[in-house]
Design a protein. Structure first.
Length: 435
């Protein structure tokens, strides 16, 4: 088990994509938490493990021993619907044979330190040197992590037509006018029925929309492939305690056709009153959530309304943090904060209840979170957005946007299309007309 892992450094840098292609691409229970194809800072992790009981993850006490390091524990996800139910909202649990929670107990980990250009293997004492040699030998011929020729799957099936989604937006605005919510994150889904190769699809996804919190998690014939730009929760050591951070995203613009247009779109996002109000509402919600598990007086806003730029979009991002109460478990932290306010709206319980009635179907893994949890309760979890969920019958992509009183239905429909287009293209599917 991962608490007995030992470390072996590789003699030279090898590209994460080459290691994955050579060693882990065919493993039945494999993961890759990916800082991106051009990363020069941060860490990436990949490896293999075995399915474990999610209750063990939730029971882990958050007492991190180090800041940012991880070399043993679990990788996996928690979906939206089960978390909504635990928070007291109505929910539809059970979706396409995809488990709402899936956690792998890691047995082999390869850690890539992009800034130091260092690769370290963590595994059982008898396995670690063998795995290090296998990686060195397998990558000597520079195997490529490249997608197979893209099959044309035609047009994806939409859960809602654009006019139906626009009508739901107006219902959201009516609920806001009546005082039942301040903001509502309305979502929909696009699906395909086909045999999907998750490794080939992830190669396309990370190439087209690289992200600092990308990820590949597979267990049997179920897989999550993500180009998520949103970090949900990070727990690390701070002094003699633990600090938790969340970085909600609210506000999106596409990239421009040239430098001038791109800068104009970023400036427009930064100044947009509706986007700023939406972001601040979620910041206030996350401050309230963190205060339930943090030492009084320690919750604060570290960054507010910063524009971050990615290959496909500009995003408006804020950062909230606090010092965790000693003895807080991972489950208690998730129960206080999850589902994330950026995927519900505010007030959270009222928003989830309204959205349950409007969306009319499960969100599944979409709008949940994924990443790693250490044996010491340190963790790094990203939001399941800009993601593809692969299951035996096909795959789906969820997308949505935050609705406020000032939302314009046509603009909100277009934003959903912007968010879903990249993941669908990686599958080989097109958006339905109007999106």
């Amino acid at each position: 088990m991962s608490e007995h892992l030992v470390a072996v450094d590789l003699p030279r840098w090898v590209a994460p994509a080459a290691v994955f292609a050579a060693v882990f691409a065919d493993a039945p229970h494999a993961f890759w938490l990916d800082a991106g194809p051009h990363a020069d800072t941060g860490l990436s992790w990949m490896g293999a493990g075995v399915p474990d009981d999610p209750a063990r993850v939730r029971a882990t006490v958050a007492e991190p021993r180090t800041d940012g390091a991880w070399n043993g524990g679990w990788v996996g996800w928690s979906g939206y619907d089960g978390a909504a139910s635990r928070a007291g909202a109505p929910a539809r649990i059970g979706d396409d044979d995809v488990p709402s929670q899936l956690w792998l107990r890691v047995e082999r980990i390869v850690v890539f330190d992009h800034a130091r250009r260092r690769v370290t293997v963590h595994a059982a004492p008898a396995i670690a040197p063998v795995l290090a040699a296998e990686i060195a030998d397998a990558t000597a011929s520079a195997p490529t992590f490249a997608p197979a020729p893209l099959a044309d799957l035609g047009t994806a099936r939409a859960r809602h037509t654009p006019p139906a989604y626009a009508a739901l937006i107006e219902t959201c605005r009516a609920a806001i006018r009546d005082g039942d919510a301040y903001q509502l994150c309305l979502t929909t889904r696009f699906s395909v029925e086909a045999s999907i190769d998750p490794v080939a699809v992830y190669a396309r996804l990370r190439g087209a929309t690289p992200s600092h919190h990308g990820g590949f998690v597979r267990s049997g014939d179920i897989a999550l492939l993500s180009a998520s730009p949103e970090q949900f929760l990070e727990v690390s050591r701070a002094g003699d305690g633990a600090v938790v951070r969340t970085r909600p995203i609210k506000g999106t613009r596409p990239r421009g056709a040239d430098a001038a247009a791109d800068a104009a779109l970023a400036a427009e996002l930064r100044a947009d009153e509706k986007e700023r109000a939406e972001n601040v509402m979620i910041v206030d919600l996350m401050r309230n959530d963190l205060s339930r598990v943090c030492v009084a007086g320690t919750v604060g806003v570290d960054a507010l309304l910063e524009v971050e730029t990615y290959p496909a979009v500009h995003q408006l991002v804020s950062t909230v943090s606090g010092r965790l109460e000693p003895g807080t478990t991972v489950g208690e932290l998730l129960d206080a904060t999850f589902p994330a306010g950026s995927m519900t709206g505010a007030p959270k319980l009222s928003a989830m209840t309204i959205l349950h009635g409007l969306e009319g179907a499960p969100r599944g893994v979409f709008a949940g979170c994924f990443g790693w949890v250490g044996d010491d309760g340190a963790l790094d979890l990203a939001m399941v957005i800009r993601s593809i969920v692969v299951h035996p019958a096909g795959a789906y992509v969820g997308a949505g946007g935050g609705i406020t009183w000032r939302s314009d239905a046509a603009a909100e429909v277009a934003e959903v299309g912007i968010k879903a287009r990249g993941p669908l293209a990686a599958i080989g599917a097109a958006l339905p007309p109007g999106w």
